[in-house]
Design a protein around this ligand. Sequence first.
Ligand code: DAK
Length: 260
Amino acid sequence: MGEYKNVILECDAPAAIIRINRPKALNALNPETIQEVSNALDEILEKEEIRGVIITGAGEKAFIAGADISRMPDMTPQEAEKFTEEGQKLTLKIEEYPLPVIAAVNGYALGGGTELALACDFIYASPNAVFGQPEVNLGIIPGFGGTQRLTRVVGPNMAMEIILTGRHIKAKEALRIGLANRIVEGDLIGEAKKTIEEISQRGPLAVMYAKNAVRRGKELPIEAGLELERSLFGLVFASEDRVEGVKAFLEKRKPEFKGK
Ligand code: DAK
């Protein structure tokens, strides 16, 4: 596996876990960490046995406490723009990633932390998870997609309140407003692994196309979204996996998918 300083990559097939590892700075994202997460995602794709990714934070206290504030005073506006670009590229990479990506939010997920979690396919939270977009406290606005993705997930009025006040959203409220899918008491990573294990039993192409249809469809008017669904349906229907899946059902046995 590649050399990483700011993340720990662990492969436990069918899941891979990317742990942001800067606990002393509450796993705040600096440019190097953003690059390493991106590299780890590339490396995982080379491993055929991996069927899903979990992103989480090292230590007990934080998922990601945002962008690294200590780097900001020295940043020129050009460097700031570059940093935003790299952060936004990473969020797009996660959204477009061919495998499911679960955010296991194990503590503070502020600013860039909430934004990175929002780019994942869904979020499981520990009871001590804290979300928020506190950028206005720093005199800035969210820069890794928060104004766009939070709005799509929790609706414009709720997103507006969260972003304009910068207040903290605890796990129970995150669950209530649909930001987190579950609060996991106990083994958060174990629960995320179980979900990846479950998904890994399904047709790999079907999972990939379904993610693609949901993600791209969110941005489209209904007619265009249905057209996208139709074309992906046609593609997956042409696969060997579809033949096997239907045959296995009729023969009352488990399917043996090949991802073809
Ligand atoms: N960056 C750097 N260090 C951080 C940090 C952060 N975001 N958050 C915490 N730390 C460090 C603290 O400075 C402290 O370091 P030491 O003093 O021990 O050296 C250590 O982590 C422990 O933090 P605290 O002592 O503060 O711990 P508490 O339990 O008292 O408080 C807290 C935990 C999470 C509530 C608090 O640390 C906090 O409010 N942290 C800041 C949260 C925040 O505002 N995050 C940033 C959101 S803004 C950009 C594009 C995008 C963005 C920015 C720029 N460009 C265009 C340039 C995105 C911005 C954001 O994410």
